[in-house]
Write a protein that binds this ligand. Structure first.
Ligand code: GLN
Ligand code: ZN
Length: 759
């Protein structure tokens, strides 16, 4: 008997990012909506066809979206916020919610669990008229059927929808359970009419994030009611990224047909199987969120383990999550040593199919099975004969004093104050200055070989000269070089470090039409030569004020890359940290007195389950401390994080022991900052006073207010004045007046403080 196969969901952006291109044309009024629809139809057709050709049994419909599946669910429920209600045209309304229009601000976006995909956050409020709009779901199902695919229908489950919603009227999002359930039931009623039997996949990833009592109390009600809708509907409830043990126990006691579980990232899902003997188990095994080939032997072992409790005919082989988080296909990558180790979405579909055949009792001969398994071993990073990962290089670094800096902040700060001689409330910026079209052009021309290295460097130096002169003129106290030589804070370092690979077409959807192309870490990470010293030294030569050395931290480099899966992430973090420690040592030796190590992605790397945070904190912290361990007491270490929610991680922030931490508080104000006061945080803090996400330049008095407000919770001797984040996405016209006002306000407050101090 052949074991069945399922793909949780397929990426929709397209092999050549067709969806991105057509959407952006449409938004620029360069294409009619018909063109978007036609492109979308072609994409869906191609994606269904390739899954069908691979022999996949359960292929998704409604995994497609013109922007985001949560937004589609908002439309399905008619949970449209009031400010968009006046927009009559459906398409216009849809994109207005995503991107804003006129006076109506766009809806908030946030990261989908611990991925880099962003969804639109539903805003629920009392007056909402929840009403079913099944149009998209029905038409995509029919479209697939016309192509000979009896697709399952993917729908965000009601509990995850609520768990990810915010409310506008003070209530709790789960208060809306009774309002949205009738719509979901009605939807199933409509689906039942589509065919004799239809499979519906409810995505409930909210079950994996330490589910609350509240959500658990609703699991059985939701799925008993949904499974009770008459007609030939078979319900699967799918979770991913972690185990869903608590919810699984409850689901087993409802009449649903199947349960989808991630057995790769959710090892404890095995414990739920004993309750699930009567259910079909959709076994997530092929990694949907990394790009390495599947380890067949490891997957077969997991299948055997599942099979100890669940009969083979009830097991369905699947991806661990939607392939939304993988690039499209390896076939578009140039030949090279890394290529054979890769599997993107199209290849993962094949992998699911092959795995099911290997696990079936009668699909392949024993000889054929062994051949496939042996061949697979040679395509894994763990292959001992892989010439890819060169030994010995990783960790070649400087002589380090130990695993972290010596001395306490109190001791270091005395030395640093004497050396740096900064005024009260020193003013600085976070690193990048506006990336101009000229800069982008120069970089592109250089990459394409149209201008020489000398010409390119000339452009960069020009920019830095200008940038330094500008900062001097304004009177900033600690300067930056502006990062003109970097297009991206991770890519820049990845390109200079050993062990990284960059794909040609490895695009993954980040939000809407935006895609990112994360680097791949395949091997031992090491630093062949200094990466930033030349530029920082140049910038420092243009000023007497301290110039910050600017590095991306080890945890951020790790979290924004596809990481090798043959050794623990902690070990890869340690390798990156050692490489960075070398850079810190070299910057210091070059006379740089302040070094900033950005950890923008430190927080988002936190595990979904509390039980795992201790372990993450341990190695992430160790990596950061190792990266800065080469710094002498007289070298001031800064770190930067792009958020302000530190309540639950304050102990870790303290333990990072950066001399200065700059964070994002211009919008959130003091509320989230209080934790630093409550815990009597010792080191210095630069709370953002300039919201760099807005083009608007605040006035001197607004800045003054911001600074005074921050001084209510931060000691004046410990406070810095700076923007929320880097300025690279802003325009010079916006940045010039804003920074001028910021520096002026800092000076004014400084003056007020010293006058008050004298009297
Ligand atoms: N130094 C970086 C910059 O200024 C930091 C960016 C970030 O934190 N995302 O652009
Ligand atoms: Zn930032």
């Amino acid at each position: 008997m052949a074991v069945k196969t399922l793909i949780t969901g397929f990426p929709r952006i397209g092999e050549q990012r067709e969806l991105k291109k057509v959407l952006e044309k449409y938004w620029a009024h360069e294409a009619p909506f018909d063109e978007v629809e036609a492109a979308a139809r072609t994409l869906r057709k191609n994606h269904w066809r390739l899954q069908k050709d691979a022999g996949i049994d359960f292929i998704s419909s409604n995994d497609f979206s013109l922007y985001d599946n949560m937004l589609d669910t908002i439309v399905m429920l008619n949970a449209v916020p009031e400010r968009f209600a006046g927009i009559r045209d459906k398409q216009e309304q849809y994109f207005a919610m995503a991107r804003g229009s006129g006076k109506a601000a766009a809806m908030e976006m946030t990261k989908w669990f611990n991925t880099n995909y962003h969804f639109i956050v539903p805003e629920l409020c009392g007056g909402m008229d929840f009403r079913l709009d099944p149009a998209k779901i029905k038409s995509e199902y029919r479209e697939a059927k016309d192509l000979g695919v009896a697709a399952k229908i993917n729908i965000i489950g009601p509990l995850t929808f609520l768990a990810l919603s915010k409310t506008k009227d003070g209530g709790e999002s789960f208060d809306y359970f009774d309002k949205i359930m009738p719509v979901y039931k009605q939807l199933l009623g409509e689906i039942a009419k589509l065919d004799e039997s239809v499979y519906v996949q409810f995505d409930e990833p909210a079950f994996v994030r330490n589910p609350s009592e509240k959500i658990l109390s609703l699991v059985q009600r939701a799925y008993k009611e949904l499974a009770g809708v008459s007609g030939g509907i078979k319900i699967m409830v799918t979770s991913y990224f972690e185990h869903a043990l608590e919810a699984v126990k409850l689901l087993c006691d409802t009449p649903i047909w199947g349960i989808g579980l991630d057995f790769l990232y959710g090892g404890r899902n095995f414990e739920g199987l004993e309750y699930a003997a009567s259910k079909n188990i959709i076994a997530g095994l092929v990694d949907g969120r990394n790009i390495w080939r599947n380890d067949i032997s490891a997957s077969l072992e997991l299948l055997e383990r599942i099979n100890k409790t669940i009969p083979r005919e009830q097991i369905i082989v699947s991806t661990t999550c939607s392939l939304l988080h993988s690039p499209y296909s390896v076939r578009n990558e140039p030949a090279g040593p890394v290529k054979k180790y890769l599997a993107f979405a199209c290849e993962k579909v094949e992998e699911v199919s092959v795995l099911a055949k290997l696990f079936s009792s009668d699909c392949l001969s024993g000889a054929e099975k062994s051949r496939l398994i042996e061949e697979n071993k040679r395509n894994l990073l763990s292959d001992p004969n892989s010439g890819l990962i060169k030994d010995g290089k990783a960790g070649d670094g400087p002589e380090l004093p130990g695993k972290s800096r010596r001395g306490t902040y109190a001791e270091r700060s005395v030395i640093q104050r004497r050396r740096l001689n900064l005024p009260l409330l020193p003013a600085t910026t976070i690193g990048s200055f506006p990336q101009t079209p000229e800069l982008r052009k120069a970089r592109n021309n250089y990459r394409r070989g149209l201008i020489s290295a000398a010409e390119y460097e000339g452009e960069i130096k020009n920019y830095m000269d200008h940038c330094v002169a500008f900062q001097e003129e304004l009177g900033l106290d600690v300067l930056v070089h502006g990062e003109p030589e970097r297009n991206d804070m991770v890519e820049y370092f990845g390109e200079l470090l050993e062990g990284f690979h960059f794909t040609r077409n490895g695009w993954v959807q980040s939000y809407g039409s935006r895609c990112v192309k994360p680097p791949l870490i395949f091997g031992a990470v090491s630093r062949p030569e200094p990466m930033t010293v030349k530029w920082i030294r140049y910038a420092q030569s243009k000023t007497k004020k301290p110039m910050k050395g600017m590095l991306t931290g080890p945890v951020t480099i790790l979290n924004w890359s596809f990481v090798r899966n043959d050794i623990p992430r902690a070990e890869v973090a340690r390798q990156i940290a050692l490489a960075l420690a070398g850079e810190v040592a070299d910057l210091q030796a070059a006379g740089i007195k302040i070094i900033q190590v950005d950890e923008a992605a430190f927080r988002e790397g936190y595990p979904l389950r509390k039980e795992n945070t201790g372990e993450y904190e341990r190695w992430a912290l160790e990596a950061f401390r190792l990266a800065v361990s080469a710094a002498d007491a007289s070298t001031q270490i800064h770190t930067h994080m792009c958020y302000s929610e530190f309540n639950d991680i304050i102990k870790t922030i303290e333990a990072m022991d950066a001399d200065v931490i700059t964070i994002e508080t211009a919008r959130s104000g003091n509320k989230l900052l209080k934790i630093f006061e409550e815990t009597a945080y010792q080191n210095e803090i630069g709370p953002g006073v300039y919201d760099i996400h807005s083009p608007r330049a605040p006035s001197v008095s607004e800045f003054r207010e911001q600074i005074l407000a921050r001084l209510e919770v931060i000691d004046k001797d410990k406070m810095w004045v700076n923007p929320d984040c880097g300025l690279k996405t802003r325009k010079w016209e916006e940045v010039r007046p804003a920074l001028k006002n910021m520096v002026e306000a800092a000076a004014a407050v400084r003056e007020e403080l010293s006058r008050a101090g004298k009297s």
